[in-house]
Design a protein around this ligand. Structure first.
Ligand SMILES: Nc1ncnc2c1ncn2[C@@H]1O[C@H](COP(=O)(O)OP(=O)(O)OP(=O)(O)O)[C@@H](O)[C@H]1O
Length: 192
């Protein structure tokens, strides 16, 4: 049984149809690259699959909570990198010291140890993007949707982000323009 599926999904912005009659199934542990030109609807589709916007037609089924890495990160700028991750861990039921320990470990895995105590607004775009990935991975997601999570990374950090995403025991959809990222996934779904 898929952990996430949708059938006949259409998404509109006003009168304009952005995604048309889209069907998709994501199996437990499967890794899918979502590709397509800029403006083809990848972000629209991911936010719809995550349940953040209703489709204008069709149906989305989820058998597990869905975690989303936002394209624009969605971090709390006046908290530190570690606090951003701890907020997610606390919301998932982890308490004080355990949340701090887990946040430190996941930030370290993404090369951010020395920035854990920095305010997000003091970090570069690429560092903020890795904090957003850390926050998503920290909660041990079963279904993870990541919107261009390597777009702001240099090649070394792109590898780090990809390695950590692929090491997660999660069913994964990665929206990407990067053919090398797509090559590392099990299959590619392309929006036109
Ligand atoms: N809230 C909105 N109101 C109007 N149009 C929107 C809205 N959100 C998205 N769109 C339009 O929908 C289309 C798809 O946008 P979306 O961000 O989903 O594409 P994308 O494939 O993720 O693009 P990119 O690769 O550039 O991130 C675009 O043409 C965009 O202008």
């Amino acid at each position: 049984m898929p952990v996430l599926s949708c059938h006949g999904v259409s998404c509109h912005a006003g009168e304009r149809e952005i995604v048309a009659d889209f069907a998709f199934e994501l199996a437990e542990g499967e890794r899918v690259a979502l590709m397509g030109p800029s403006g083809s609807g990848k972000t629209t589709l991911l936010t719809t699959l995550a349940g953040l916007r209703p489709p204008s037609a069709g149906h989305v089924s989820r058998t597990a909570p869905v975690t989303l890495v936002f394209q624009s990160y969605g971090l709390l700028a006046l908290l530190t990198a570690a606090e951003n991750v701890e907020v997610a861990l606390r919301a998932a039921g982890h308490t004080g010291r355990d949340a701090m320990r887990r946040a430190d470990a996941v930030l370290a895995s993404l090369g951010l140890s020395e920035y854990a105590g920095h305010l997000v607004e003091e970090l570069s775009g690429g560092q903020q993007q890795r904090v957003a990935v850390a926050r998503a991975l920290a909660v041990g997601p079963r279904v993870l949707l990541a919107d261009e999570p390597t777009a702001e990374q240099d090649s070394g950090n792109r590898e780090l982000v990809l390695k950590e995403l692929l090491a997660a025991e999660a069913a994964l959809v990665i929206a990407t323009h990067d053919p090398e990222v797509a090559d590392r996934c099990d299959r590619v779904v392309t929006l036109r």
